[in-house]
Design a protein around this ligand. Sequence first.
Ligand SMILES: *[C@@H]1O[C@H](CO)[C@@H](O)[C@H](O)[C@H]1NC(C)=O
Ligand SMILES: *[C@@H]1O[C@H](CO)[C@@H](O)[C@H](O)[C@H]1NC(C)=O
Ligand SMILES: *[C@@H]1O[C@H](CO)[C@@H](O)[C@H](O)[C@H]1NC(C)=O
Ligand SMILES: *[C@@H]1O[C@H](CO)[C@@H](O)[C@H](O)[C@H]1NC(C)=O
Length: 504
Amino acid sequence: MVDLPGITRVPVHGQPDDIYEQISAIIMEYIRPEESIILNVLAATVDFPTCESIRMSRRVDKTGLRTLAVVTKADKAPEGLLDKVMADDVNIGLGYVCVRNRIGDESYDEARKKEAKLFETHPLLSKIDKYIVGIPVLAQKLVQIQASIIAKCLPEIVRKINDKLSANISELNSMPQNLTSVPEAVSALMQIIGSSVESLRKVLLRGEFEEYPDDKHMHCTARLAEMLNQCAQELQKSLEDNYKDNFLMEEIRVLEETRGIGLPNFLPRAAFLIILQEKVNEISGAPVEFISKVWEHIETVVVAVLMRHSERYPQLESSTRRAAQHLIAKKKDMSVDRVEEIIEMEKIIDYTCDPEYLTVWGKLMASKNLFLDVMNNYSRSTLITIDGFGEVEVGHLKPFPSIRDQAFDIKMRITAYWKIALKRLVDCVALHILFSVKNLVNKDMETEIVNELMDPHGGGLERLLEESPSVAIRRERLNKSIKLLKDSKEVVARVMDRIAINTD
Ligand SMILES: *[C@@H]1O[C@H](CO)[C@@H](O)[C@H](O)[C@H]1NC(C)=O
Ligand SMILES: *[C@@H]1O[C@H](CO)[C@@H](O)[C@H](O)[C@H]1NC(C)=O
Ligand SMILES: *[C@@H]1O[C@H](CO)[C@@H](O)[C@H](O)[C@H]1NC(C)=O
Ligand SMILES: *[C@@H]1O[C@H](CO)[C@@H](O)[C@H](O)[C@H]1NC(C)=O
């Protein structure tokens, strides 16, 4: 209940000049909200339609639905009061109550007695209906109005209580379980591992992403394919010939260094291997980098999945995380070793059973006669088109009559072989990574995590049985909240029942 100031028109005793504006602003602020009830206090001595306070309440409550009029000083102007109240010229929806206020230092009880007597015995005032006179009637009316407002709000309150209650209950249900025995702990652990492995199977092997629909990082099979493509592209770059401007010069350099004392028309195998090694060295960084990137990605994915599944057991988080990181580091080292071995193999062994090698080599060698012609006939242009290389300038090879023939041959062999070697390299690395990931998910994961958690130095299973204090406090708080909300619900239900009975 807010007692608002009376409306003053003329400033007195140093009041500010805009006293009227200030007061009416305060009043309007309080009477504007739809929920407030306007208790308009009018003196019986004034003419209601000229009243400033009526004018104001009419502005925010035209039909008077939430306005109640209290007519004071009934004893001062009894004449015509009945008519004024009955005529209701000013639309007071909640009705009028006529009262006689306390005068001087009357006690409350004295004042009520005098008021009751006044409305019983006064020749004019006694004609007014008993239901609209006296302070007790006003008090009762206010209580009724308030009760009906509350009744209107109750359904909303009940809804809010129910919302909070169900939120609290589901929060409590999703809290970490309090494990009380070793068998319970073991079964919780097995459940975490089982569900994590299943999730990992989906994201790492099967490419099913319903658990992480929007998290692109977790769409692992696609990301791995992207990384492999990128690696393959990197390797393909080495197919482009770097020595276009000085065709065969690199081969001539190597041939000159590997030359021994012997017949000139034997192609030295050592020269071929050296050129192959140089080519492999050039690309050897890319596969290792690819393998490291893949394992880094897998590590974040594995840790994220494990954390999600062990959410309810915060005491497990650090050890599962450690187990995962440990395992992936081991896998990564093994992979790097394996890939380095694959690269090493390509470097020192030249073999393929792929018939493509001979086919491509044969096509490339078809240009050899043209090449030799140009070399031997001084009147021909030295810009020639060679299969697989396009237009090349060969004029600079004239000073190397004995060796350029072999250089051409070696170049064509390496070119035919390199294509096959690269394909094989990418295939091997891809097979290896797929195989490793599959093993990780299907075999190693479970063993590694169980070993890590059962490790007696790390506290072993007993650690699972400890509940962290923060969790215990949260559980306690939720428990209290739920009890409080349930009690409130009962109280509100009782209030609603009472209101229903009283308003019937
Ligand atoms: C959780 O379990 C421990 C060990 O049995 C017990 O001491 C503790 O009171 C339990 N906490 C709650 C909140 O139930
Ligand atoms: C050299 O090339 C020219 C022009 O292509 C040709 O006319 C000539 O017969 C060639 N000489 C020999 C010896 O092949
Ligand atoms: C929750 O509170 C109730 C009593 O209100 C008690 O019986 C119960 O054990 C409490 N549960 C927990 C987990 O604290
Ligand atoms: C649980 O209820 C309390 C009110 O008792 C509320 O403040 C709290 O936000 C609720 N918690 C949840 C998780 O909804």
